[in-house]
Ligand binder design. Sequence first.
Ligand code: GLC
Ligand code: CA
Length: 553
Amino acid sequence: MKITDTSDLWWKSAVIYCLDVETYMDGNDDGIGDFAGLARRIDYLADLGITCLWLMPFYPSPDRDDGYDISDFYGIDSRLGNHGDFVEVIRTAEDRGMRVIVDLVVNHTSDKHPWFVSARRSRTSPYRDFYVWRDEPPKGEQPTVFPGEESSVWEFDERTEQYFQHVFYRHQPDLNVANPQVRDEIVKTIGFWLALGVSGFRLDAVPFFIEPPKGVDIGDPHELLRDLKRFLQRRVGDAALLGEVNLPFREQVQFFGGERGGELDLQFDFMSMQALYLSLARSDPAPLIASLTARPTVPPEAAWANFVRNHDELTLDKLSDAEREEVFEAFAPDEAQRIYGRGITRRLPPMLAGDPRRIRMVYSLLFALPGTPVLFYGEEIGMGENSEIPGRHAVRTPMQWTDGKNGGFSRAAPSRLVAPIPGDGYAPEHVNVQQQRNDGDSLLQFIRGLVSRYRTSPEIGWGSLRILEHDGAGVLAHEVSSDVGRMIAVHNFTEVPVRLKLEVGAVEEGTALLDLHGPDRLSMDARGRVDLELVPYGFRWLRVSPAGDTRIG
Ligand code: GLC
Ligand code: CA
């Protein structure tokens, strides 16, 4: 596909920022973040260069899984505001050129959702078949997603004497997608939020969602995703679906709709994220290179969503046991920093012992890989986790705005805060937006620079990847190229300086390499090779700039 306007498929060069309204900014000082508070921070996000916000669940919820247990798909949690406040945020964001996508959690509902309340009252409830009921758990039942917290995906319901299915917590009964009424309700929900102005959805737990109950034939379950995408497109032409699909690449591509596309527009690259941590643990890019090389080509309209950290445990489930152990030893030496036997409950900076060189190298890479970068709030200032909070919640603490009370998140008494703020070296007095805003050398300014470079280099988002040959140990060299340009990036995974001779390949006479983070213009020898030097954990982005190139560096 020839690219004429890279804004046509906005998600292919977006910078996505995930936040939970509840922990972002408190507008009325009751200790809980809210839409009014978020509205006041839209300018901050626009200044950072964010082009798309992803809002974690903000719906009415008993809040036993941080809002991923929804009791009303159309509502707004009253602690966070109302629909008016929501629309204000969407409008303000739109005014600053920012889109908003929202979490769509339709694999299950909360057990307090009126559908389930009715369904469990009697076997003849009109909502009974909205969920999955069995007299006995089927043989060979699938494992729970939360080992240690749940022991089975089936829960016996005393009143009606049947089991219901729940892949996640027992208070999250699975919806029955084989029931056309359920599918209609999901579509209506999507239509509702689109009408309020959202630009798409982050679809939760996709493989579980489309899987019909065991023994029920619904034809090709992917038809469900195609239906959703078609509906989205009819309502809002350029609305996008970003899916959570943590599966091996081979299976993952099916969720883009194979080569034809037509299903998810974006999928998180869980495989390369995990390989990245193994590479970091070994100071060797080889595992990441292997993953990136195996990463399938996606349909031209689709993209990989790259990320370093999300709101869940940092899952390492796709590594071998030995590899996972290596990462655990390097970055989560304490058993309390691990969860479910597969993940880590820490944020990146503490794992890298706060080494700014290493942290920056990782984020440079995040923005230099083909695809769409996704940040989790607080990453831009290098927030740490609160190690006193057990489990996945350790990384879900309030955003740190200032060095003042509660990190400027709220003026409520600290005991009333939605989550306690870290008190160690990552406390707001050390890590906050205000201080970093005024410091040209800060991580915040650094990330801001990366965002801007990424946005002005659409070859990254649109590009295809090639790993480059060189002779420098511990260095990842890759090229992204597309109709709109070509860029080379080198990243040193080691703590020693490295010299390397890089094979750029055949280029036109007079072509130079333009450093995108500094003033250098490098030239290549007749065979298209260039000599580079990298400091410990150093990196460079070099645009391949033919003679007469009119783009500014
Ligand atoms: C997704 C969410 C996670 C949640 C689960 C159940 O994996 O990211 O936070 O617990 O789905 O909804
Ligand atoms: Ca509040």
